[in-house]
Write a protein that binds this ligand. Structure first.
Ligand code: UDP
Ligand code: MG
Length: 317
């Protein structure tokens, strides 16, 4: 099979028939063999009935129905598990992404050899309250992930080599960082294609402003996990030791000043008068705590069932 199209959706009943007809038109014009996997993320409207109707008339339509709303990432994860096509395309259900982009996206994967091609909504039809923070968000994501050529991490329209989607785990709200997940799994040929974007035709957006706060926290944990997830001692142990050394130097100063004071006969100087006393106290306590945190983290990661999970690309035996 040439292409699997994975469509996560939450309350998008009006858009589905139109989206399906459009994808079908593009696929037939290009003579691709394909499937469309609609993942119904606990919609409370008629979305699932619509998918069932489409499925009864069209063999290429497949569906997964969640019992409740889990989020876009779990929906993508389950769609990816089911996908059989050599190239996997994801797109939003709200008709903001155009199926006309599919042939070129596929060509970039198959002929140019990209592992992942992300859409780039250069001209967006979204409110300003969304486009400005998005610029900031993408700049940070570029810095942290080291994927310098992407302008639009969170674009719903993306194409993947089949291998990629079978080796990444999109959980929580990590759909915003799929290129980073792919890179961490060793797929680093990541490209970008400028795509058309349209204003939402039906319904309204499913993500509020908290997307930006959550987005930054997710980026932070992803960065931390990928750099120190299996070696927490390297960061906590280092910081702890550093603090302890500063505290020790401060304590040394306290003792020294006291000795000097006694030497000069000013024996009424109390150690608690010196700022170094407080520095040494806090630093040594914080340092020990950080060190212990690192040690505990290390013990936990040693017992984690994933400690020896590596992405192995090929085996000869
Ligand atoms: N979506 C989903 N589960 C959710 C929220 C959204 O499957 O909990 C789907 C939604 O139906 C749409 C896609 O994810 O197909 C993108 O959502 P939306 O268009 O609301 O996001 P925006 O374009 O505003 O970033
Ligand atoms: Mg949308």
């Amino acid at each position: 099979m040439d292409i699997s199209v994975v469509v996560p959706l939450y309350n998008e009943e009006e858009s589905l028939p139109e989206l399906h007809a459009w994808i079908k038109r593009v696929m037939e014009a290009n003579k691709f063999s394909y499937e469309i996997i609609f993942v119904n993320d606990g919609s409370t409207d008629r979305s699932w009935q619509v998918i069932e109707e489409l499925g009864s008339k069209n063999p290429e339509v497949k569906g997964i129905k969640f019992r409740r709303n889990y989020g876009k990432s779990p929906a993508l994860f389950c769609g990816f598990e089911k996908a059989q096509g050599d190239v996997v395309i994801t797109m939003d259900a709200d008709l903001q992404d155009s199926p006309d982009e599919i042939p070129e996206l596929r060509r970039m994967i198959v002929e140019d050899g990209y592992d992942l091609v992300s859409g780039y909504k250069k001209k967006r039809y979204d409110p300003l309250s969304k486009t400005i923070p998005t610029k900031l968000f993408n700049a940070t994501a570029r810095k942290v992930s080291g994927i310098k050529n992407l302008h639009d991490f969170n674009c719903g329209l993306k194409a993947y080599k089949k291998d990629v989607v079978k080796h990444i785990e999109v959980y929580g709200e990590m759909h915003r960082y799929i290129p980073y997940l792919a890179k961490n799994a060793g797929f680093d040929k990541i490209g970008e294609k400028v795509v058309h974007h349209q204003a939402r035709k039906y319904g309204k957006t499913k993500f509020g402003l908290n997307r930006f706060v959550n987005g930054y926290l997710d980026l932070l944990s992803l960065w931390f996990l990928s750099s120190y997830g299996v070696k927490p001692m390297h960061v906590f142990g280092f910081l702890g030791t550093l603090m302890f050394i500063i505290g020790f130097i401060a304590a040394f100063c306290v003792g020294l000043f006291k000795l000097i004071a006694m030497w000069t006969g000013d024996s009424y100087t109390l150690v608690t008068n010196s700022p170094y006393f407080y520095i040494s106290l806090t630093m040594m306590i914080l340092g020990t705590q950080l060190f212990v945190a690192g040690f505990l983290g290390e013990l936990i990661s040693r017992n984690s069932p994933e400690r020896n999970k590596y992405e192995i690309e090929k085996i000869i035996d």
